[in-house]
Design a protein around this ligand. Structure first.
Ligand SMILES: Cc1cc2nc3c(=O)[nH]c(=O)nc-3n(C[C@H](O)[C@H](O)[C@H](O)COP(=O)(O)OP(=O)(O)OC[C@H]3O[C@@H](n4cnc5c(N)ncnc54)[C@H](O)[C@@H]3O)c2cc1C
Length: 387
């Protein structure tokens, strides 16, 4: 992979920067679910109307048809402009849509991809179940075939934004007699189908981002299966590859920008001893380490991107990026909290609030597969260690 930017890529960067300077929302993303939904959809729509949604998605489905490098440039500038978290558009834009591009039928792509990009539909992910989070192959929600429909029964848990979503990427067991990994199907499920009940889970913070979803004789057309019946495991692995490998590029880039902001703040802020915070050798050392670590993360991300450019989907290496991103986020948050001292107790529940970021860091090492599971995958599938 050539890591120098070409003249046209540099020109693209200038265009992106100019557009974001004018269009990035100035107001913070609301914390409330319904207001957050309206905010996220309006922002995604503004990006689409400006020609900046789906930069590396094919043009026939509403994207720009540009390279992953241009997509990364967009994310870098996005973070630089302090643009908001993608919110309810996360699943559709970051892994549902990419999975359809890689594994969907033409009909599925033509119908869903433009709607995702135009912020007309919200997607959620129905993978985890009570008793089958880390052990995804242990899912029990099942579907029997009845004519040209699947009839689904069971339940899911920890489904982010299920209460706001229109569609779900849903993993179900279609062959109860097959080996655990072999009898699964990845299905596009309309969240308004009769028989679906969504029960929001109120979090300690007061937020409601996560839900339980129950399926009682839910009928979904067989044509909504992606990648073939009983082929769901490999489709789900593509989804998780995008979720773990490229889905967080924006977050990784903003993490790097955030470390630079912390370094700036440590230079400008005076401690109780009257000296700049950066004069503390320990803090300077921590910040230098974090700067080196975000640089290492960037290199690993570029490697994953290069893999996607070659093969269409990230491999098991995506787990390295996911693990490193989530644990590094925690280290950055911990350093920031240390710098803030007692002012961290002013917990105002904003997305950019440092205390929120620190506490959310714990969720980051669970969502999309816990840190222990990522380590298992790295050990077994990347390093070839025995199970
Ligand atoms: C903020 C957030 C958003 C989420 N959003 C979604 C979503 O939209 N859709 C969705 O489907 N899911 C979602 N999840 C669920 C997430 O994918 C699961 O929580 C995760 O996969 C862990 O599964 P579990 O909670 O069942 O924990 P368990 O699997 O019960 O694990 C409990 C602990 O045991 C450890 N453990 C389990 N098995 C092993 C093993 N073999 N080796 C070593 N350690 C092990 C785990 O690492 C963990 O520490 C979300 C989670 C969070 C925190």
């Amino acid at each position: 992979m050539d890591i120098d930017y070409s003249t046209s890529e540099m020109h693209f960067r200038e265009e992106v920067r100019a557009w974001l300077a004018v269009n990035t929302p100035k107001e913070p993303r609301p914390f409330d679910g319904t207001e957050g939904r309206a905010f996220d959809l309006a922002w995604q729509r503004r990006q689409y109307d400006g020609g900046w949604a789906g930069i590396n998605w094919p043009t026939e489905y509403g994207g720009r048809g540009l390279s992953l490098i241009e997509q990364i440039i967009w994310f870098e500038e996005y973070a630089r402009a302090g643009a908001p978290f993608i919110g309810v558009c996360f699943v559709g834009v970051n892994h549902g849509g990419p999975t359809l591009i890689a594994r969907g039928s033409e009909d599925q792509k033509h119908y869903h991809l433009p709607r995702i990009l135009k912020a007309e539909t919200i997607w959620c992910q129905g993978f985890s179940e009570p008793g089958a989070g880390s052990d995804l192959a242990g899912i029990r929600t099942h579907a029997r075939i009845d004519g040209d429909e699947l009839v689904i029964n069971g339940s899911k848990i920890w489904t982010s934004y299920a209460d706001l979503a229109d569609w779900q990427e849903l993993l179900v067991r279609t062959d109860p007699n097959a080996e655990r990994h072999k009898g699964l199907s990845w299905v596009i499920c309309d969240m308004r189908t009769p028989g679906i009940t969504v029960r929001p889970i109120r979090l300690m913070s007061g937020q409601i981002d996560l839900c339980e979803v129950f399926y009682d004789e839910v009928r979904v057309p067989v044509e909504n299966i992606v990648g073939g019946i009983d082929q769901g495991w490999s489709v789900a692995m593509s989804t998780l590859g995008f979720e773990r490998g490229t889905g967080f590029i924006a977050e990784q880039v903003s993490l790097a920008a955030h470390v630079e902001q912390l370094i700036g703040r440590a230079r400008e802020t005076t401690g109780t001893d009257g000296r700049a915070l950066i004069a503390s050798e320990r803090l300077a050392d921590d910040l230098a380490t974090l700067r080196a670590e975000v640089t290492a993360l960037k290199a690993m991300t570029y490697r994953t991107v290069s893999e996607v450019a070659r093969t269409g989907t990230p491999g098991a290496e995506a787990s390295i990026v996911r693990l490193y991103t989530s644990e590094l986020s925690q280290r950055v948050a911990r350093c920031e909290i240390g710098m803030m001292g007692q002012t961290m107790l002013d917990f105002s529940y904003g997305m950019k609030d440092p205390t929120h970021r620190y506490l959310y860091g714990f969720a980051q090492t669970i969502a999309g597969g816990s840190a222990q599971i990522q380590r298992n995958i790295i050990g077994e599938r990347v390093l070839g260690l025995p199970k």
